[in-house]
Design a protein around this ligand. Structure first.
Ligand SMILES: CC(C)(COP(=O)(O)OP(=O)(O)OC[C@H]1O[C@@H](n2cnc3c(N)ncnc32)[C@H](O)[C@@H]1OP(=O)(O)O)[C@@H](O)C(=O)NCCC(=O)NCCS
Length: 149
């Protein structure tokens, strides 16, 4: 069964905190961090979840006007035992539907082949690198998507 993609609700927060911890370990957002994200939904955030009865994936977008006409993908993840079944693609499709006419940017660790594969499949292109950007010294790859390119 394909999960439904829907806007996150306040009662999804515990599931998101747990799934983020599972997917990102020490780099996970805290409970307070997630609360901040939810508070900003009325301002400049979109949080979508993949719902199969349980939350199995999510994507968080930063909308303009932080940077005019630019949307940033802040986070996307799928539960480890649900990966490679198309859920990341479903989430990204739903996210990009909300980005019509805008440039979409994201950053991804150079070694993150699954995420880079996902993004490349949607037409994201590398535009630059930030050397040693991450705490472990790894480079970040900056990727850009624009529907009309
Ligand atoms: C990146 C991530 C969200 C992909 O989710 P997913 O549900 O597995 O993605 P999909 O099944 O929709 O895959 C879509 C495409 O992405 C690419 N892809 C996904 N996993 C891949 C892998 N391990 N290696 C290479 N390409 C991969 C493929 O092109 C795939 O298409 P295909 O299966 O037809 O070949 C998931 O691997 C994840 O949660 N990773 C950990 C969190 C993370 O690093 N997030 C990104 C940084 S914020």
């Amino acid at each position: 069964m394909r999960p439904a993609i829907r806007a996150a609700r306040a009662d999804d927060q515990p599931a998101l905190v747990a799934l983020d911890e599972l997917c990102f370990g020490p780099e996970a957002w805290s409970t307070v961090g997630w609360s901040d994200e939810f508070e900003r939904v009325s301002e400049d955030r979109v949080i979508l979840v993949a719902d199969e009865g349980a939350v199995v994936g999510y994507v968080v977008l930063l909308l303009p006007p932080v940077v005019e006409d630019v949307v940033e993908v802040l986070r996307i993840a799928v539960a480890p035992d649900e990966r490679r079944t198309g859920i990341g693609g479903q989430l990204m499709t739903a996210a990009l539907e909300r980005c019509a006419g805008r440039t979409v940017l994201l950053e991804v660790a150079l070694s993150n082949e699954s995420a880079r594969g996902l993004y490349a499949g949607f037409g994201f292109e590398e535009i630059s690198r930030r050397r040693g950007y991450y705490g472990d010294g790894e480079d970040a790859v900056i990727m850009r998507w624009r529907i009309d390119e």
